[in-house]
Design a protein around this ligand. Structure first.
Ligand code: SF4
Length: 655
């Protein structure tokens, strides 16, 4: 049996084009050729964004109606494959921008916002598929607050009810994410909702979207894009079953895969074995002092990335065991089995008492980087970020920068700027950012170059580089993740070259390999590039980063064929990953990304660590440049990091 536009297997074969400006919805048959070439999820969304950007040209303002945002899934979603519950959300990011020229970056060129992909689990992605749709492609801006309803194959734009709003500080704003979700869940039983929170409504550059109370399309500012479109929420519901190309074979192969995942998670020699108990927080112990199959530690960021190690007595208050102590039952994504990284959490008493979910490693690490050493406060702030719709990671970098700027006297004109180590200050600051309720919140809710420009305008010209120096998200950065950037040159390359922005850790991850001895510019470059292709495939299939198996292996591809009818070899699947990564990079080139962006090293990261196992380490700028040379050569890009026409054509991409 051959696939065609009429014969879809695995996928739903339909997407909805939603024009908020004209209040029109078209549910259309999807393009099977696009699915074959771009796999699904993130990959198909890249192609759909390119269709848009190619026609309209570079998008200079990601918060204009011209931005397109797409939410959807891949073929394995909602099938028996463990972790097949992740959805994709793609858009041009309002955070990763540097549109005005700046004096503190040599070779700076305007950057209008990177094409960004965010991934989230929970139930919403699979429920959207059950509603009979692979993707919602959302354009324009509604003239009043609206929400989208996708039920049993029908999609509607409806006015957002007054009950979804409240007055805060004399201003109408959306209610918290859980209030919106609860209201819509009561109205539509057996549904799932993704929504913005107050931060997205107020167009904070790093506002997220929250699904099912605590699952976030976290990075890049999807919440702000919703806010700019007057779009409050999407609710999905349905029972449309999956159609399999060969269901009997699929079930047989899926059982074999299931057993394989189970045995790998059960094997104490695999890091996956820690996840069911500790979630991602095992990285805290490993990064601070070793353990959990690690080496010496010394790379847990401290004091706005100045150090990678700090007092063990302080660490004990916020380490892996501290978060195990407040953990409860598993609370995992739809279709997750065995790996099961998420648990509920509860603080029994005190000012931060409450129930919610255990924060992730990256969140905790980046708030430790603000010198917050109170696990109850971290639990509470994580809860607040889920309610207010703020990306926890970028918040950590933004607040750490504010703390340093305060110490240097650049925030003197603002009331109560946050101090390192003060949870009360950080909570007040995060609320003021989300609600845009005071001048400091309004300042910090911007993309970072705007923050630097505003502070610079009130200072002497000579102070501007010093202001920029405190802000590690400068020059369109997304914010570094929870592994100290000074320690691992391969990880720094992953941070520097990720398509979704400087600081992202999910597109390539090198720590185990570098701790295991991987060195040399060429080897590091190839490892990073390989990881980026692999992650593009994981996202496009709707699987989790923590899926334990190789999705380009023959057994997996046989399973994929039984599901979709599409045949791939390991090489042709990797080629598809390469196509996705190169198309994203090409779009980012069009948005202004070149070598200057990748090569930028925040100056404070060249100052050596003074403590811990990696004392003396800093980013070696010359070595990083040599890795970048090797990386571009490996990718087939020119020395400026531009994807050329020949490569695009060889991958079937029209320039
Ligand atoms: S491992 Fe964690 S993030 Fe991944 S699917 Fe399972 S619960 Fe969700």
């Amino acid at each position: 049996m051959a696939n065609s536009n009429d014969q879809f297997f695995g996928y739903k074969g339909r997407w909805a084009r939603i024009d908020l400006t004209h209040r029109e919805v078209k549910v259309e048959p999807a393009d099977a050729v696009l699915y074959r070439h771009y796999i699904g999820g993130r990959g198909v969304q890249a192609a759909l964004l390119y269709e848009h950007l190619r026609r309209a040209g570079p998008l200079q303002d990601p918060l204009s109606p011209e931005n397109r945002i797409i939410i959807g899934t891949g073929a394995p979603n909602d099938t028996y494959i463990p972790t097949a519950g992740r959805g994709s959300c793609s858009f041009v990011s309002p955070m990763t921008r540097s549109p005005e020229s700046v004096s503190w970056v040599p070779g700076h060129r305007p950057l209008f916002g990177l094409v960004t992909h965010a991934s989230a689990g929970g139930l919403f992605p699979n429920m959207l598929k059950r509603a009979g749709l692979d993707h919602l492609i959302i354009d324009g801006r509604a003239d009043r607050p609206v929400r989208i309803l996708a039920i049993d194959g029908k999609v509607e734009i409806v006015d957002a009810e007054d009950e979804l709003f409240e007055i805060v500080d004399r201003k109408k704003t959306v209610r918290t994410a859980s209030a919106i979700t609860d209201y819509l869940s009561r109205k539509y039983p057996y549904s799932s909702t993704v929504c913005l929170g107050p931060a997205g409504w107020n167009r904070v550059a790093f506002a997220c979207l929250t699904g099912d109370h605590h699952r976030n399309f976290g990075r890049g500012g999807a919440g702000a894009v919703f806010g700019s479109k007057n779009l409050v929420a999407i609710t999905a519901s349905g029972r449309d079953p999956i159609a399999y190309f060969d269901e009997r074979l699929y079930q047989k192969l899926a059982k074999e895969l299931d057993a394989q995942v189970k045995s790998h998670v059960g094997d104490p020699k695999w890091t996956a074995s820690f996840r069911p108990e500790t979630g991602t927080t095992w990285w805290l112990d490993r990064a601070h002092h070793g353990s959990y199959l690690g080496q010496k530690g010394g790379y847990l960021p401290w004091h706005n990335f100045d150090e990678g190690y700090f007092d063990p007595a302080d660490y004990a208050k916020v380490g892996t065991d501290a978060f195990l102590a407040i953990s409860g039952r598993h609370k995992v994504c739809n279709r997750c089995r065995y790996v099961m990284c998420t648990r509920s959490a509860k603080v029994e008493a005190g000012e931060f008492a409450g129930e919610g979910v255990r924060p992730e490693f990256e969140t905790i690490a980046l708030w430790i980087n603000c010198c917050i050493i109170d696990h109850d406060a971290i639990f509470h702030m994580n809860y607040l970020c889920n309610e207010l719709g703020i990306d926890t990671m970028t918040l950590g970098s933004v607040v750490a920068a504010a703390m340093e700027l305060r110490d240097k006297g650049y925030l003197n004109k603002y009331n109560n700027p946050p101090a390192f180590g003060s949870a009360a200050d950080m909570i007040r600051t995060l609320k003021s950012i989300a609600y845009q309720s005071d001048p400091l919140g309004k300042l910090l809710g911007n993309y970072s170059d705007r923050v630097i420009a505003e502070l610079g305008a009130a200072s002497a010209a000579a102070d501007v580089p010093e202001i920029a120096r405190s802000v590690t998200t400068a020059f369109g950065g997304l914010g570094y993740a929870g592994i100290e950037p000074k320690v691992f040159p391969g990880m720094f390359t992953a941070y520097g070259t990720s398509n979704r922005g400087r600081g992202d850790h999910t597109y390539a991850w090198t720590i185990q390999a570098e701790e295991g001895g991987l060195t040399g510019a060429g080897n590091l470059a190839a490892y990073v590039a390989g990881g980026q292709v692999g992650k593009a495939l994981v996202d496009s299939m709707g699987l989790c980063d923590f899926f334990t198996e190789d999705n380009t292996s023959d057994p997996f591809l046989s399973l994929y064929h039984a599901l979709t009818g599409f045949e791939y070899t390991g090489d042709s699947m990797k080629e598809a990953g390469k196509r996705i990564y190169n198309l994203e990079r090409h779009m980012n080139n069009l948005q202004g990304r070149n070598r200057a962006y990748d090569a930028y090293v925040p100056p404070k990261l060249t100052v050596p660590l003074t403590a811990g196992a990696h004392k003396g380490k800093a980013v070696d700028t010359a070595f990083y440049q040599s890795i970048l040379d090797a990386y571009y050569e490996h990718q087939g890009w020119n020395k400026e990091g531009i994807v050329g026409s020949m490569l695009l054509h060889s991958l079937g991409i029209r320039d």
